[in-house]
Ligand binder design. Sequence first.
Ligand code: FAD
Length: 276
Amino acid sequence: DVPVAEVAAKPAKTLPDAQTVTAVRHWNDRLFSFRVTRPASLRFRSGEFVMIGLPGDNGKPILRAYSIASPAWDDELEFYSIKVPDGPLTSKLQNIRPGDEIILRPKPVGTLVLDALLPGKRLWFLATGTGIAPFASLMREPESYERFEQVIMMHTCRTADELNYGRELVENLRNDPLLGELYGEEFTSRLLYYPTTTRETTPFMGRITDNLTSGKVFADLGLPPMDAANDRAMICGSLAFNTDVKTVLEGFGLREGANSEPKEFVVEKAFVGDGI
Ligand code: FAD
């Protein structure tokens, strides 16, 4: 039995919809990830987003949309965030520490869910920058591998250090006990990872659109070109990125779907605006 004094010593939740930060990791001066407690009542589908925030100076909460980067089965919630120097939320949010509270509105929504796609053979995740967040959830979701023979994560950033969150996640997944138990050695070929940079010179470079249209990514991974019968995709990046990729996928014969009408691909903005 827990002594009464210990229960009483627990800090009272001060914010409405408060959740407690359990871990914070800074990847560089522009990116960080953090984990918070999960409300017992929160059910979501891997790939969805919620509104999170902090109280503003006038007491009114500053809330922003954030993809849940952890899978639906996880006890905690993970987020992967940009640090916008003068951003109303992230200029403050980047200072959170374990034990602090954030606001989390428990109403998950979003288009990047497996139910919005028709069955297929390969599932492509196409992301720039923090657009990898919903796929950090879906890559850790066993259902992605139950529904598709292969999952391919294409992530593009300007510099190599901006890829590190995704790179580490994929490496950890290859040693994941749950997926290892389900797929064993075979898992390495079930999740393919294709990180590229656009500014810094690295072994793999180039924009996702260029690597798809030139056929380079198919050649590098030993896959046939995309087609409507076998390939499904989810896109998450800036508005310009999303529009460009959408045109490329339509060129391969894929059509945009939605929760209410599953087709071959779905799209979601990683943020509103031109990006920084
Ligand atoms: P804001 O005033 O919101 O933005 C200031 C400027 O920064 C704008 O010009 C904007 O275009 C740019 N910007 C904002 N977010 C980003 C970003 N992620 N990458 C590059 N430039 C950006 N942000 C995350 O960091 N992680 C997420 O998982 C995430 N998921 C989102 C899901 C959806 C559906 C949407 C619409 C947005 C998402 N965002 C995400 C963006 C997020 O809602 C905020 O815009 C971001 O946290 C910055 O908030 P802010 O108040 O500091 O600055």
